[in-house]
Design a protein around this ligand. Structure first.
Ligand SMILES: O=C(O)CCC(=O)C(=O)O
Ligand SMILES: [Fe+2]
Length: 282
C-alpha cells in the first residue's frame, strides 16, 4: 500500500542542522518561521493585488494543461489579474497561474520578501508566484530544472504529496517528461502494481509556512483553499544544474513536439514505456 509519512515541521533550524538533517539526506521539511519577517505576510492580500496590479494581463491554465491534445502545456487564456482574483475568490474552480515572475513587471514587490540564508546557491532572478482556485490540482511532476525549491505559502492552504527522485519507477514516470499520471487519491493498483510499493510524504501547508522540496522531488498539489505561494530556488551543486539544463532541452522539445504530432497516442506510448519499467521492479 502506498505509504505517505508526515513531513517534519521545524522552527528555528540553523544552517548546520538543516544541512545535516534535510539537505544532505535529501529529505523534505516544513519551516514554520522562514518568512516571519517578510512584509509580504501582511501586505500581499487579494485586495492589495487587485488595487495595485489588477490591470496586468496573465496567462491562466486549467486542467487542460496536463491533458494530451491541443491544450497540453499551454495556457487556457490570458485575462486581467483582477479578473483572475475575482474567480479565485468565487469558490471551487480549476484555474491557476503557474510560474509567474510578477517581479519583472512589479520589481517593488521584491522588497516584501527576502532570499533565505538557510543555504547557499539561491538564484535571485527566479522568484515565481503560483495561484490556484479552491480544489484546483497540480499534476504529479518534478521540476525540470533540478533546483531545490522553497515553496512559501502566503494565502490559503495546500495539500502536498512528495516522493523522492528514486520513486519515479514506482510512480510510472512518463519517459521524455517530468510527469506521472497515477491518481494518488484513488490508487489503481491493478493497473499500476508498482505504485503499492511507493513511499512518500504528505503535508497540509499553512499560510506562513515554507516547504523545502529537494532537487528532483516529485510533487502533487491540491489547493484546499483558493490561495497563492511564492517559490524561491537554489541550485545546491553544479551537477544538478547541468542535469537541469539537459532535462529542459530533451524533455520539453521532444515531449511537446511529439504531442503535436501524435496527440493522445504519444501519451499511450509513454504510458506503455512506464509500465515496462515498473514491471522490472516488481
Ligand atoms: O504550488 C503550485 O501551484 C505549484 C508549485 C510547483 O509546482 C513548484 O513550486 O514547483
Ligand atoms: Fe513544480
Amino acid at each position: 500500500m502506498l505509504e505517505l509519512l508526515p513531513v517534519d515541521r521545524r522552527t528555528g533550524l540553523t544552517r548546520e542542522t538543516f544541512a545535516a538533517e534535510y539537505l544532505t539526506p535529501m529529505k523534505p521539511v516544513v519551516f514554520t518561521d522562514l518568512t516571519a519577517s517578510w512584509p509580504a505576510r501582511q501586505r500581499w492580500t487579494i485586495e492589495h493585488f487587485k488595487a495595485q496590479y489588477g490591470h496586468l494581463r496573465v496567462p491562466v491554465v486549467s486542467n487542460n494543461y496536463s491533458k494530451p491534445g491541443r491544450g497540453y502545456m499551454t495556457p487556457d487564456r490570458v485575462i486581467s489579474f483582477k479578473e483572475y482574483l475575482e474567480i479565485l475568490e468565487s469558490g471551487p474552480n480549476d484555474l491557476r497561474i503557474f510560474l509567474w515572475n510578477i517581479f519583472r513587471v512589479a520589481p517593488e514587490l521584491r522588497h516584501d520578501f527576502s532570499i533565505p540564508t538557510i543555504m547557499d546557491g539561491f538564484v535571485d532572478e527566479l522568484p515565481f508566484m503560483f495561484f490556484g482556485g479552491e480544489s484546483s490540482k497540480v499534476a504529479l511532476h518534478y521540476d525540470i530544472d533540478m533546483s531545490h525549491v522553497f515553496l512559501n505559502q502566503i494565502h490559503g492552504r495546500k495539500r502536498v504529496i512528495l516522493f523522492a527522485p528514486d520513486q519515479g519507477v514506482n510512480l510510472y514516470h512518463h519517459p521524455f517528461t517530468v510527469a506521472s499520471y497515477v491518481d494518488l487519491n484513488h490508487p489503481d493498483y491493478e493497473k499500476y502494481p508498482a505504485l503499492a510499493q511507493a513511499k512518500g510524504y504528505e503535508v497540509m501547508l499553512q499560510p506562513g509556512e515554507t516547504l523545502f522540496m529537494p532537487s528532483g522531488y516529485w510533487h502533487y498539489i491540491e489547493y484546499t483553499d483558493g490561495g497563492y505561494s511564492i517559490s524561491l530556488r537554489s541550485f545546491g551543486s553544479l551537477p544538478a544544474r547541468v542535469r537541469g539544463l539537459a532535462n529542459i532541452a530533451t524533455h520539453y522539445v521532444v515531449d511537446k513536439g511529439m504531442n503535436k504530432l501524435m496527440g493522445p497516442s504519444w501519451r499511450k506510448l509513454k504510458e506503455r514505456l512506464a509500465e515496462k519499467r515498473a514491471e522490472a521492479v516488481l
